[in-house]
Design a protein around this ligand. Structure first.
Ligand SMILES: [Zn+2]
Length: 182
């Protein structure tokens, strides 16, 4: 799951990038880069450098653009995770496309990386009955929750606590609600 800072920075930057406002996109990516950690930081740095290279190119600074892109490709290295819908392999091939266009002197037509596969829903609502008062209740389960995860929730009707038990099998999620004393 992406951090909120990564998500915000990537979403804002993408909008600007696709509008070919590369300098503003660079700033948006950089904002996230400052606060993110680990692979998220590295992916944002690639986006910062890519956007900066496109901006330099538009200002007629071909050498600067090539230098920035070379650094972006260096940073890309082995990133094989998926970032908030952004596919790292696709990001790599998009940056390499820009590199090829720069080297051959073609017009630059940067495209945003493909969306990675991700679950259609991040959470699901499960109809259950309170094991104490038998009222129908909705239980919300985060799909990131691990198989076998348990959590405790309060019944909105009687206020007593149940244990929610999540069992995952691929995309199938089974939710069971038990009395805590059971
Ligand atoms: Zn109840």
């Amino acid at each position: 799951m992406a951090s909120p800072a990564f998500h915000l920075s990537c979403t804002a930057g993408r909008r600007l990038f696709e509008a070919r406002r590369f300098h503003a996109a660079h700033d948006a990516f950089e904002e996230g880069w400052r606060v993110c950690r680990g692979d998220e930081k590295r992916v944002l740095q690639v986006l910062v450098l890519w956007a900066a290279a496109l901006h330099q190119h538009e200002r007629g600074r071909g050498n600067g653009a090539r230098r920035l892109l070379a650094r972006a490709l260096e940073r890309l290295g082995p990133v094989d995770e998926r970032f908030d819908g952004l596919d790292a392999d696709s990001l790599k091939s998009c940056v390499i496309d820009t590199w090829g266009q720069l080297i051959s002197g073609e017009a630059l037509s940067p495209r945003w990386p493909a969306e990675a596969d991700r679950p259609a829903r991040l959470s699901l609502e499960h109809d259950a009955r309170c094991p104490y008062c038998a009222q129908p209740v909705l239980v919300t389960v985060e799909l990131e929750e691990a198989d076998g995860a348990r959590c405790v929730d309060d019944c909105p009707c009687c206020g007593r606590q149940w244990a929610v038990h999540v069992r995952r099998d691929g995309n199938d999620v089974a939710v069971a609600v038990h009395r805590l004393d059971a």
